[in-house]
Design a binder for this molecule. Sequence first.
Ligand code: PMP
Ligand code: GLU
Length: 406
Amino acid sequence: MFVSSRIASMSESATLAVGAKVAAARAKGRDVVAFAMGEPDFDTPGNIKRAAIDALEKGMTKYAPTPGDKAAREAIAAKLTNENGVATSFDQVTVTVGAKHAIYMALQAIIEPGRGDEVLLPTPAWVSYKPLIELAGARCVEVAGSVERGFRITPAELAAAITPRTVGIVWNSPSNPCGIAYPADEVRALCEVLARHERIAVISDEIYEKLIYPEIDPGLAHVSPGAHPALAARTITVNGMSKSYAMTGWRIGYMAAPKAMATELIKLQGQMTNSIPSFFYPAILEALTNSAAGVEAMRVKFAARARLIHDELATIPGFRTPRPNAAFYAFPDVSAHFGKTSPGGVRIDGAQSFADALLAEADVAVVPGEDFGACARGHIRFSFACSDENIVKGVGRVRAWVAKLA
Ligand code: PMP
Ligand code: GLU
């Protein structure tokens, strides 16, 4: 059967591919320590589950309005307005099938295929942005952050990447895979650059917003570009339940856009998926209005793990790891080991072969850096959304394996 070139040429999600390899190895009985998928190891808090179960039992089983039920959209609008300074009314909100679906739709809406559009992507960046930018018909222009600057790009670097063809930027702080959040003043300085270019739409993926560790970098706080007065009318703010509320499998995300854009996005969603399952809406409401203590308890644990994994990785010769201060990722540069041969006889010629050999020979799963951007080719990603015991055991295995590279 014919497959369109835009799908045939698209790369598979590297994060999901490693997740599948872990599942296959475990099915064969192997004791794999997985630093692979970016997914909290915690279960969804009980009050959130109960809200969905009650709704299901009460018969909330019919189609809901395409962008979501009003109460949930009002709660999201209130959250964005009060917590993020992104003034939002409920009719600007669309509840989506995960943040991934929101990003897909936002890109479809801002890009005109065949016009030579360019979308800026500060890198290293999550593996799905570039394929989705390209699928929508634009060229992805990577703006590389350096390890030395903790992966953060500067206003001058951003300004230098803007051309008359730039139609948008995908912004992601806190960042997957960097495990860092930009300081507030740096976000504002980057927003000032974008403010000077009226045609640039901002897609701000804030899915790790709640996972910021001021106990590691004092004063660190989240800033939403949509709160900048000059950007409010051209920012689509994306967020979701997956990470903060340990709800990855529920597939619930959301986005808020200026009213005219929101109407177009809802039109697309109406032709594409319609509403998410209707009995999830009370769970969204419960999460946003009655779960702050549970979220904070998870955040505190992630902060402790960020310190632990950084200290552990620091003991491995040849690993250069900017200190994570947000999300649940550490992203060391391991290129000092490229050109060596593994104990099992594999020539390590890049991050992919490093990760493959590590999984095959030491039963540790990490995501290779290649698909996080050209500047990330020397890196591997550790997700530390796993127990302290796994962190110590897994990094211990990496250390022992690296010591045998020759
Ligand atoms: N954005 C980033 C940066 C992510 O790491 C992920 C991974 N889940 C997503 C969006 C998508 O999240 P979801 O679709 O589960 O809401
Ligand atoms: N975002 C997570 C990750 O990066 C989950 C998998 C995915 O959707 O990419 O591992």
